[in-house]
Ligand binder design. Sequence first.
Ligand SMILES: Nc1ncnc2c1ncn2[C@@H]1O[C@H](COP(=O)(O)OP(=O)(O)OP(=O)(O)O)[C@@H](O)[C@H]1O
Ligand SMILES: [Mg+2]
Length: 438
Amino acid sequence: MQRILVVEDDQGVRETLITFLEMEGYAVDAVGTTSEAIRRLTDDGYPIVISDVYLDERTGLDVLNAAKSGNPGCSVILMSGRGTIETVMEATKRGAFDYVAKPFELDHMLEVVKRAEAAAAEPEDEDSDINDLPRSEMIGSSAAMIEVYKVISRAAPTDSTVLIEGETGTGKEMVARMIHNLSGRAQAPFVPVDCGSIAASLLESELFGALRGSYTGADRDRMGALEAANSGTVFLDEIGDIDPGFQLRLLRFLQEKEVKPLGAARPRKVDVRVIAASNRDLARMTEEKKFREDLYFRLNVVPIKLPPLRDRRSDIPLLAHFFLRRANERYHLEARLTESGLRALQEYAWPGNVRQLQHMIERLAILAPQNRIDEEAVLDAIASMSSKDIPSDTLAGTEADQIRKVLAAAGGNKSRAAKILGIERKTLYRKLEKMGSL
Ligand SMILES: Nc1ncnc2c1ncn2[C@@H]1O[C@H](COP(=O)(O)OP(=O)(O)OP(=O)(O)O)[C@@H](O)[C@H]1O
Ligand SMILES: [Mg+2]
């Protein structure tokens, strides 16, 4: 019979796990503190340990260390309702077998335990080598985000090409930067290229560079992004927007890792890692023959799908408080979020995902009456965001008032103010013009 040690301070969860795992035929020992766990693990190795992360003055990571030093082949499964990318990275680095977000389905836990059992029967794997990691700003403890952190922590130290897919504002660029910062290339440049906003005719020289005189207007040599990112990472954003001719060029590049600037006689080798992102469904575009299948496979080596915010609403409280703290610091405010306000935020669909939430919190922090962000304030903000594109001839006094407040908080910076207001910059200019403030 396979033995398992369960380390969990919550009695309910502990007993549920004992009953369930015993029913599945395991011999389960369970403890509620780190010191008991560590004592047992030094006296007596276990092949499988399931441990909570936040326990007492020590954590599941200490349990992990004890388990590994007692028995290097031990499979340690960590679980937490407050996982962060740092804890997941740290757990991966120290050789945890898996990280399970709480609350979990018992069947899911059983599946992980079965995999751990199978792995324990196999020879040990080398630990991946990740050096000390900078603290990140990526927020979210939902099961979906924990899955994303796992992929990031495995893919980052390798040179593999990564394809990040997700709706607008889900954090694609943030993930790309994080992968770069956690890789051996962190000291070299990270060069983003927004393939969607660059005219097809310019993309070539933007990426590959151009020598002076190679086209009209090329009055000097221009280094392309791929060369600028040498020994670092290039981030090809909105890759689904490039035209078929250029898709072929890019495929060649991924195969050869060579660049030939416009007008240059011969190609040069470059050493770049490629991370691509798209908010369109590339697999579908491939089926519809709008995106080359061979290029898709070249890019999709490590796929990361970022879930929309509405599918991980449990992350909204964390994100909202994180952005609120930042807005309070940045604008020297003392806004507070009430329970009802938070509930209203959690119920909204967030078509603009995390970015929209961030801007709405900034706006609410600046505009909330008495510094209280309550349900009414949230519902008002949501209503005015969705009607932002409805043109109106006369500006309501309150709107003009809001614009003035936001502009003042943003130190007169119009781009920032437009973002906080959730409108385009040109819309803000139009409104300012009407207000007679331009
Ligand atoms: N998990 C997260 N924790 C904290 N901030 C986040 C998170 N995800 C996204 N953000 C913030 O939301 C904003 C949008 O993120 P990002 O630019 O990475 O999104 P994107 O997917 O690239 O969007 P787009 O498709 O519109 O380019 C950024 O300000 C980023 O810092
Ligand atoms: Mg982006």
